[in-house]
Ligand binder design. Structure first.
Ligand SMILES: *Cc1c(COP(=O)(O)O)cnc(C)c1O
Length: 418
């Protein structure tokens, strides 16, 4: 609708929007969707009963008069014809204040969990797949394929089934069992591979032409990141309107900024972090926010930390991480195609990258669970020990607002807790 073109994230080369595309034809890097943001801003105009940023919604409800799903931001999403939207109502997840958990920290923080485990298929992969499968439908795709560390597969299987497409899924053999089962039960063709997600990716790349598959690997097609960027829009809308899950009334003592000071994001391929960073730029161009940005923090497992290593070494591209292993399967990405986009965003934001051990992140699941009632995915739980490290180093300070992303649901990882 407001899409103008696709643009290579590295070399800037312009690509056609209304045709199926994977990577930049020149340099092989990800393509990003560009919009006519003036037109988008105009489209949103009528949906704002009050002006953005007015803190008048004392009833604690959002002020954008739209669906409670990520499609509330349709002006900055790529689907042209609403009839092509494939949806289970994903997105618009609650931003939950977690005071009892915050009270265990050595400094007083305004601490929130954005609970992405409440998405369809129990992870934020639903956001990306909703956008990708809707666009695949719009562009006439019948067969889709993906390498996945777990949750992307479950989401793809569900959205493909809903769209009436065939899904071909390649996962490491030691992927959490729930992911394998959900894919099979929702009609996907599942192949377990003795290797890592990168090995699965190679198989898809080799076979896709002969099989007629469209490759929906993250950032190897332009639309999953568009779905995930809506987390950035939601944070801004929820924080500036007080649409926070306080159980009804907005907490009036809370000073509500438009964006948090710090975002902790468990990083595998980095799609969500890259997406949120893109969303902040778009919002600034539409006049919704100023130049302020949260400090973006990538959280990884010590035994698969390519971004943390590259950040510490001052590199723009991350080397492949050898012998990558972690029970937080969503973080088991030894080489991310969007590495430079993650690292650029972290640095531009004044943020950082932190790793924690698997023992720390698994222990954090129970700690978060007991103090908040949220049964977090181990990936999301990793944010807590990471936050403690940042506080100890003085990188997060008293009075700051901090959002931790719980990217999935603990129920999918029963093997971790036995
Ligand atoms: C995929 C996944 C991640 C990593 O997400 P990226 O945006 O690719 O970095 C984190 N947590 C969970 C639960 C996931 O499924």
């Amino acid at each position: 609708m407001n899409v103008t073109h696709l643009e290579c994230a590295l070399c800037g080369l312009r690509h056609e929007a209304r045709t199926l595309q994977n990577l930049c034809v020149e340099c092989g890097k990800p393509l990003l969707v560009r919009y006519d943001l003036a037109a988008a801003a105009k489209g949103f105009e009528a949906a704002w009963p009050e002006k953005w940023g007015d803190r008048l919604s004392a009833n604690g409800r959002s002020i954008l008069a739209r669906d409670s799903s990520l499609w509330r931001y349709r002006e900055v999403l790529p689907v042209d014809d609403a009839a092509n939207v494939v949806s289970f109502g994903e997105g618009w997840t609650p931003l939950i204040p977690v005071k009892a958990l915050a009270a265990t920290l050595p400094v007083k923080l305004d601490l929130y969990i954005k609970d992405e485990g409440q998405n369809p298929t129990q992870s934020f992969k639903a956001r990306g797949m909703a956008a990708a499968i809707s666009m695949a439908k719009e562009l006439g795709v019948r067969r889709v394929a993906v390498p996945s560390a777990g949750n992307a597969a479950g989401a793809l299987a569900a959205y493909a089934a809903r769209a009436g497409m065939e899904a071909f899924i390649f996962m490491p053999a030691d992927t959490p069992k729930a992911n394998v089962i959900e894919c099979r039960q929702t009609g996907a063709n599942v192949t377990l591979v003795d290797g890592l997600i990168t090995d699965c990716g190679k198989i898809v790349a080799e076979r896709k032409e002969a099989e007629g598959w469209f490759d929906v690997s993250t950032l190897k097609e332009p639309y999953r990141v568009e779905g995930k960027k809506t987390m950035g829009y939601e944070l801004a809308e929820q924080m500036s309107t007080g649409a926070i899950a306080t159980g009804g009334e907005r907490n009036r003592e809370m000073t509500i900024p438009r964006l948090p000071d710090v975002i902790l994001y468990p990083t595998g391929g980095g799609t969500g972090l890259i997406g949120m960073w893109k969303a902040f730029d778009e919002m600034e161009q539409m006049g919704w926010i100023g130049r302020e940005r949260p400090r973006m923090v990538s959280v990884q497992s010590e035994t698969c930390a390519p971004i943390v290593r590259a950040f510490n070494e001052g590199k723009r591209f991350a080397d492949e991480f050898e012998n990558a292993a972690t029970v937080a399967s969503g973080l088991r990405v030894p080489k991310a195609i969007g590495d430079f986009l993650i690292l650029d965003a972290i640095r531009a934001s004044g943020g950082t990258a932190v790793s924690v051990t698997d023992a720390e992140l698994v222990a954090a699941v129970a700690e978060i669970g007991a103090l908040t009632g949220i049964f977090a995915a181990p990936e999301g739980a990793a944010c807590l020990p990471a936050l403690r490290k940042l506080i100890a180093e003085g990188q997060v300070r008293k009075g700051e607002s901090v959002v931790m992303f719980n990217t999935g649901a603990g129920v999918k990882y029963l093997e971790c807790f036995q």
